[in-house]
Ligand binder design. Structure first.
Ligand SMILES: Cc1cc2nc3c(=O)[nH]c(=O)nc-3n(C[C@H](O)[C@H](O)[C@H](O)COP(=O)(O)OP(=O)(O)OC[C@H]3O[C@@H](n4cnc5c(N)ncnc54)[C@H](O)[C@@H]3O)c2cc1C
Length: 384
């Protein structure tokens, strides 16, 4: 057996015989933007869609657990030996059709390079999603979103490899049940996204600007109700990247504030009455003025969306909390849990539990983690 793998020999031999496949022993600390996590059974890099399909089929048939990895920017993985194979997607071709505005990207393409390519080519619709780390293939998995846009706005189809049948097919985006930071691919591992197809605008203008802070940076008066403002895409991309860098939300190897998984908790979506109850608690703790300012947005069907960052901050967790140690909140954003260099998975879990517990006891709201956890849980182990 090769030094670089703890896989059964026959499976390893079959994988290594495939074209466009490289097996090595890269750890999850190297594969993820949190830079946390131990060593998988093997790391298998696939440079073509066919290679992805063949590797996944071989592993599934041999009943060897696997994890699809793109840019590793939404993963929190346990330390030590991790009993699964990391299948890293490195197929990265991108096709743009300037006349029709159709863009097809293979799953392993770096998402921000796809956005840059679209913007440089005059295709609009994804400029607000500039600077999100990770791969094109992961964008539908949690319906990535930022600055008032989400991939669901432009995603038309995805090419999927079904993990049950190992058949591959292009399916409509509507079959993914895309919602806020959710699709039926997230947490299910039911299929691998091999490629995505987007329908972009060909007039060089952005998606409608829905985010006040972005509009202000662009020098536009805050969009009024119903008014649709579109803007030259290159300007929107630059403005978004500037805003994101200021918040540590563009991954930068040299900046520990970006050794994160981005927003660590999703914004809670609760019944409108619950939202008002939370506002009441805020009023009791922090005063009526603060309660009036509590972010609370309609989220359809009697629901409202609260701001996780605001609740964390008002529960007393300031940027940089706890100010020392190996895992802290980002010094630029309260919603990012960061590795200051040598954090362990347990350090991150302890910080996540601390913050979730603090927000729950302050406001009665239980925050849900956004990243995918492997070999770890935010729930405290049951006392025996
Ligand atoms: C600094 C920073 C800022 C961020 N900002 C944002 C933001 O603004 N908005 C936002 O939505 N997210 C944000 N994120 C989170 C993250 O970048 C996105 O979720 C991104 O889409 C993850 O892509 P990835 O390739 O790194 O996925 P990975 O972390 O490699 O994988 C995440 C999950 O998706 C699965 N997966 C990955 N690729 C595929 C595939 N092709 N097929 C099937 N399953 C797959 C994996 O198995 C895993 O379960 C941020 C993260 C960081 C570090």
């Amino acid at each position: 057996m090769s030094e670089k793998s703890k896989l059964p020999f026959a499976v390893l031999e079959a994988i290594e015989a495939l074209p466009n496949v490289v097996v090595d022993a890269t750890s999850f600390a190297e594969l993820t933007t949190l830079h946390v996590g131990g060593t998988p059974l093997a790391t298998v890099r696939c440079a073509s869609r066919d290679a992805v399909c063949a590797v996944v089929a071989l592993l599934d048939d041999a009943k060897v657990p696997l994890l699809i990895v793109g840019g590793g920017s939404n993963l929190l993985i346990n330390d030590g030996e991790v009993p699964l194979v990391a299948v890293v997607l490195e197929c990265d071709e991108v096709d743009l059709h300037l006349g029709t505005g159709t863009l097809v990207a293979e799953a392993g393409a770096v998402w921000d390079e796809v956005v840059d390519m679209a913007v440089v080519s005059g295709l609009g619709g994804i400029e607000c999603l500039s600077g999100i780390p990770g791969s094109a293939g992961a964008t539908p998995v949690q319906n990535v979103g930022a600055y008032g846009a989400e991939i669901a706005d432009v995603l038309t189809r995805v090419e999927l490899l079904d993990r049950e049948t190992h058949e591959r097919a292009w399916v409509e985006a509507s079959s993914l049940e895309l919602a806020y930071r959710y699709s039926n691919l997230k947490f299910t591992s039911r299929a691998v996204v091999l490629a995505i197809e987007l329908q972009l605008r060909t007039d060089g203008l952005s998606a409608p600007l829905r985010f006040g802070e972005l509009a202000r940076v662009l020098g536009i008066d805050a969009p009024r109700g119903g008014e649709e403002i579109r803007w030259p895409i290159a300007e929107v991309r630059e403005a978004v990247l500037g805003l994101r860098r200021g918040k540590g939300m563009v991954y930068d190897e040299a900046d520990n504030d970006t050794w994160s998984a981005g927003s660590f908790f999703t914004n809670p979506i609760v019944d409108a009455e619950v939202g008002e109850k939370v506002r009441g608690i805020v009023a009791g703790r922090l005063g009526a003025e603060e309660a009036a300012k509590m972010p609370c947005f309609p989220a359809g069907e009697g629901k409202v969306k609260l701001s996780a960052a605001w609740l964390i901050d008002r529960a007393g967790y300031a940027k940089g909390y706890p100010g020392h140690g190996r895992a802290t909140l980002s010094t630029k954003h309260t919603l990012a849990l960061t590795n200051r260099g040598e954090a362990s998975a347990d350090d991150l879990v302890a910080l996540a539990r601390d913050i979730r517990g603090g927000v729950a006891s302050a406001f009665g709201v239980t925050l849900e983690p956004e990243p995918v956890w492997v070999g770890l849980s935010i729930d405290e182990p049951a006392q025996s």
